[in-house]
Design a binder for this molecule. Structure first.
Ligand SMILES: [Zn+2]
Length: 320
């Protein structure tokens, strides 16, 4: 049974993805707000309607939507809502919500070229280009307004946006200063570490993002806030916030050191490291395993432990 807890009601919605259910949150304020929407499937919409009903609400009662990030399990269900319902989020959501031909072209070009540098086979490069497949889970929508670091949330006095980039280039968390509650999307999840998913550069011909480095920085940022509880995008709430952050950062460092050992043997491409790290699943989960690998290499390079050199379109990593 869905219930209110300090003006927040958590609703778990089914997704067709391996991650399982996604949590969306109804928040009471000047405007009745939904944080994230769930995925765009019939089943998800039915469960949303049913669970809102347990609060005495209907889908049509939601007055505004605020997004933690653009991924289909969080933003896909925007189509369930009337066009007049304003949607707010980080400006970097927009390119994914619009999914213009120009962006798809740029996206595919980037992944073909970058996949080549990483040493991927043609077949696996194709697999990386998943935008079109995901399209059926996305909704086409324009944001009514952009939220940036420190902004007060529209219709929710006392709530602030905190930029928590890493898992997505559009990722925000929402913090209520009065009681230290954070709605954290996929930034901090009790059971799993979110994947540092690669995205095309934000500016034409710009540098690619370094999602794991961003994610670590966004985790450290939370250490400075008195957070009482994190309502996550998946699974249970997190109350031992600092402990979990330290645990995640240490685990990730250890994993990077394991990768460094591989490079002590001989220089390797991203794909070669990926195959050693994930021998059983790399071909099935090429994107997630590759981005995890890129993350560890970015981390080691940032520490000055390794270096990279690109020759004839192929990048090799070696001990510095
Ligand atoms: Zn996500």
């Amino acid at each position: 049974m869905v219930k209110w807890e300090n003006k927040i009601a958590k609703i778990a919605l089914p997704t067709p993805f391996a991650v399982g259910d996604v949590n969306v949150y109804v928040v009471k304020g000047d405007a009745l707000t939904l944080i994230d929407t769930g995925v765009k499937t019939k089943e998800s919409k039915e469960v949303l309607a049913y669970k809102l009903g347990e609060l005495g609400l209907k889908i049509g009662d939601i007055e505004q939507i605020i997004l933690t990030h653009h991924h289909p399990d969080h933003a896909g269900g925007l189509d369930f809502f009337d066009r007049g319902v304003p949607v707010y989020g980080h400006k970097n959501n927009q390119r994914w919500l619009e999914l213009s031909d120009e962006f798809i072209h740029m996206h595919n070009q980037f992944f073909l070229e970058y996949g080549g540098k990483c040493g991927l086979t043609e077949e696996l490069k194709d697999k990386l280009i998943r935008t079109r497949e995901e399209k059926r889970f996305l909704s086409n929508r324009k944001l009514a307004g952009f939220l940036a670091e420190g902004d007060e949330l529209p219709g929710l006095p006392g709530w602030k946006a905190i930029e928590t980039l890493g898992h997505a280039q559009s990722h925000l968390s929402f913090y209520r200063e009065s009681d230290g509650v954070l709605i954290g999307g996929d930034h901090l999840i009790a059971k799993v570490s979110p994947n540092p998913i690669m995205e095309p550069p934000l500016l034409p011909n710009g540098e690619r993002p370094k999602p794991l480095l961003q994610h670590n920085e966004s985790l450290r940022k939370l250490l400075h806030l008195p957070i009482s509880k994190v309502y996550s995008g998946h699974g249970e709430e997190v109350e031992e916030v600092k402990e979990l952050i330290h645990f995640r950062l240490t685990r990730q460092h250890d994993r990077a050191m394991h990768v460094k050992k591989m490079l002590e043997e001989k220089p390797l491409t991203v794909f070669e490291v990926c195959k050693q790290l994930f021998p059983k699943i790399y071909s099935k989960e090429v994107d997630l395993t590759m981005w995890e690998t890129v993350g560890q290499l970015d981390y080691l390079e940032d520490l000055g432990e390794i270096q990279s050199e690109t020759q004839s379109g192929l990048t090799l990593f070696s001990i510095a």
